[in-house]
Write a new protein. Sequence first.
Length: 282
Amino acid sequence: MITILRRFGVWLTALSFTLLVSMEVNAQTQQGNNLSICRSLLVTGNAEYPPILWRDFDNPGKLTGVAVELLELALMGTGIAVDARDRGGWARAQQDARRGEIDMLAGAFITHQREQYMDYIKPQFTDVPSVVWVAKGKEFKYQEWQDLKGKRGGTLINNSFGQAFDQYAKQNLEIRNSASAERSFTMLIAGRFDYALYELYQGLTILESSGLKSHVVHLKTPISVEGLYFTVSKKSGCNTPELRAYLNKRVAQLTEFKTFEPLFEKYLAEWIRQQKAQLAEN
């Protein structure tokens, strides 16, 4: 029954949004307002960020998740398609955005460095707490950033936890990079790290599917709570003031409709289904 209600909630939100978008897009069309010179947006992001974004097991080379459907809802009625592709690791995705080889990132925190080569769609489409993960039985007291001094940390390559923490970590902490979140957790369990830094919801999802959840726990106090944004590469030929303004308005409406929550439940279930299917196939 709960599942049916959740699915109905997603459908009702999408229907309401579709009606609103259709009316406003028709009005804008009559005014001759071109949203974009592009009919398709090439989108990528952190492919190991379930249920917000991940490599689609059912469609190799593609990405799926909450962020993809949210962007599709934001663009509904415009005629602009979302082409969400797997371009490799998170570091590669950011490099592609810097070079203008993709149009958008489907989820990024704000940093000064990223603002140099990307425009942010505001407001954020969700807030993400990032936490300290430790091997079970090796918990330590953590209340503030300085409690991490003298300990060996690990995280995903090119991961950010907000400008303030990133700057503090660079100057004061010993944090090594891993190619994947699962790799960070494995090294944590093996004693190579004293702690690992990763987002709370995505960490719980990955631990659930990898079978490591009984070996890793997170400390209560987050290191940061950052907004997660859609971004547009400044070198993208699709990046126009009209498109950015349109997406700003649509994301604000989706936030007002509380669209993220039911989509999170939907794609969490889909992620778990795909993981079980992969295990069965192997």
